[in-house]
Design a protein around this ligand. Structure first.
Ligand SMILES: [Zn+2]
Length: 531
């Protein structure tokens, strides 16, 4: 049986740009468009030429993309001709492969927001689609508020969609603009639409206001639609758009869809989707959602002892898909509650072979328990746990020794009469027979210490080049008689790998220093640096 094609349309750069706190530069947009192309997205909507300088420039430059790059814009304004509308002219002139028009399909919106007649709105849709077709563009129409419009006046909503299709639009996209429609309604209404317009010309654009944008997209597919619009990581205004990072693995891995449909995403591209999702967060300087389906750090993490021993025997017992298929990793959390089987599984993952009755496993568990009792959190700090395990098994070389460090924070008035805070750190390190001393300024004590520590590690310096700190989290814990500080540091290296380390102390600088040291030593172990 040949499988039917589902087309994926990404609107991260247009609808996703409406996300609170997201502001794409031209470089961001170009980089993300290339990521989308690698993912196998059929249509990449770049933005709204003429609406702002970034989008105008994006549609003027050579982007070097093969995917169908799509410009978004409004149909001609009511009461004007298509040839006498400057907004439409900009859209038609934009360097784009396709044009996605947006138009009202709810009579209430036509009357109140557009202040025009139902007939004029339909004429505007027809004229605009015709003009874009005449320019040789692939055309689609986003029917705004389609589902609310259909519930209020089905005949009118349908006639807006039909007008575009009859005029030669490749796709008519049904939008749940307010995001409040539920899956059964979506399925019923899309089912009615595909009786008038063939399903392989119908798309779905769902918003996540009841957290069902993904479910709504699949409901539309079940009813016959063949294009899904969404965004990476579900970016979008309010609660976001349908999340393509969840939709794509489901289409590829769940037999209900995989047996019937094919999409442009290859198995190899699917295997990089976790990395892609994190790379987008990185670019936007947002923390990745640990609990995101398929790609979150916790998506394949197991804590309780009995689950962990079952997972070690047969992963399918607690995993709905193989983590590697989406480029994620199985993770067995090591914590106070851990049993020996968790530890054995985790040791295996990091390449240490040990029998369950090896006395070092018991010792490692004891150390984990003792340290977690004073505030360490090994569940969150995978790299610190790995070092602890390797040290217990005697496989971490003593690369270098920090013999002394000194951090100085000074606030004073500078020559311009401004109050400034200056931070300086000095670190003394012994590497083999070499004694090294480094000093660095930083925007705070931890930053200064980090820069000084990594400035000169002698023969190990070459392993440090790609190491960056990507996140720093501090928590004050109130255990026992005095408060202690827990610092978690997330690091990344040139290969895109990330790891987290932990430090605990009554003193925040000391806690940070421990976490920094673990991160550096972990990087040396990971890079296979010689002792
Ligand atoms: Zn939208």
């Amino acid at each position: 049986m040949p499988r039917e094609r589902i087309y994926l349309f990404d609107t991260t750069l247009r609808d996703g740009a409406q996300t609170n706190g997201v502001d794409f530069t031209l470089a961001d947009k170009l980089a993300i468009a290339h990521m989308l192309e690698e993912l196998g997205i059929d249509y990449v909507e770049g933005g709204y030429p003429g609406a702002n300088p970034t989008d105008t420039e994006l549609f003027a430059v050579d982007r070097g993309l093969k995917t169908t790059f799509t410009a978004f814009g409004m149909t001609r304004r009511p009461g004007r001709s298509a040839s006498n509308d400057p907004g439409l002219a900009l859209l038609l002139e934009a360097r784009a492969d396709a044009i996605c028009f947006v138009a009202k399909s709810w009579d209430y919106q036509v009357r109140v927001a557009l202040e025009t007649t139902n007939e004029e709105n339909i004429a505007s849709i027809r004229d605009s689609v015709r003009a874009a077709r005449a320019k040789g563009r692939e055309v689609m129409l986003d029917c705004e508020h389609f589902f609310d419009g259909y519930k209020a006046n089905p005949a009118y909503a349908l006639s807006c969609a039909k007008a575009a299709y009859d005029e030669g639009a490749r796709w008519v996209v049904l939008c749940d603009t307010n995001g409040g429609t539920l899956p059964d309604e979506i399925e019923r209404i899309v089912g009615a639409v595909v009786k008038e317009i063939p399903g392989d010309h119908v798309g779905i654009h769902a918003h996540n206001d009841t957290e069902q944008a993904v479910a709504n997209s699949f409901a539309a597919i079940r009813a016959g639609a063949r294009q899904i619009q969404g965004t990476l990581n579900g970016l979008g205004e309010r609660c976001g758009n349908a999340n393509l990072v969840s939709i794509i693995p489901t289409l590829k891995l769940k037999p209900e869809f995989a047996d019937r449909f094919e999409i442009g995403t290859s198995d190899a591209a699917l295997g990089k989707i976790t990395q892609l999702s994190h790379a987008l967060d990185e670019r936007l300087n947002r923390a990745a959602n640990r609990h995101a389906p398929y790609v979150g750090e916790s998506a394949f993490a197991t804590k309780a002892g009995i689950h962990a021993s079952a997972i070690a025997k047969e992963p399918a017992t607690y995993e709905h898909v193989a983590p590697e298929s989406v480029g994620n990793k199985r993770k067995v959390l090591v914590s106070e509650q851990a049993g020996k089987s968790n530890v054995v599984t985790e040791l295996e993952r990091i390449g240490i072979k040990a029998e369950k009755d090896d006395p070092r496993i018991g010792r490692l568990l004891e150390i984990v328990k003792e340290r977690e009792a004073i505030g360490f959190a090994y569940e969150a700090a995978d790299a610190s746990f790995e070092l602890l395990a390797r040290r217990t098994f005697g496989t971490v070389p003593a690369y270098f020794d920090v013999t002394q460090f000194d951090v100085n924070v000074e606030q004073r008035i500078n020559a311009k009469g401004e109050r400034v805070t200056v931070t300086m750190a000095v670190v003394k390190v012994t590497v083999g027979d070499e004694r090294l001393i480094s000093a660095a300024e930083g925007n705070g004590p931890v930053n200064a210490l980090d820069v000084a520590l990594r400035k000169d590690l002698g023969k190990y310096q070459k392993y440090m080049a790609g190491l960056t700190l990507t996140d720093y989290r501090v928590r004050i814990l109130n255990g026992g008689t005095e408060a202690v500080t827990r610092v978690l540091i997330e690091s990344q290296d040139e290969s895109g790998d990330r790891w987290t380390t932990v430090g605990v102390s009554a003193n925040i600088i000391d806690a940070s220093f421990q976490a920094l040291m673990d991160s550096i030593v972990f990087k040396l172990v990971k890079s296979g640096a010689p002792a």
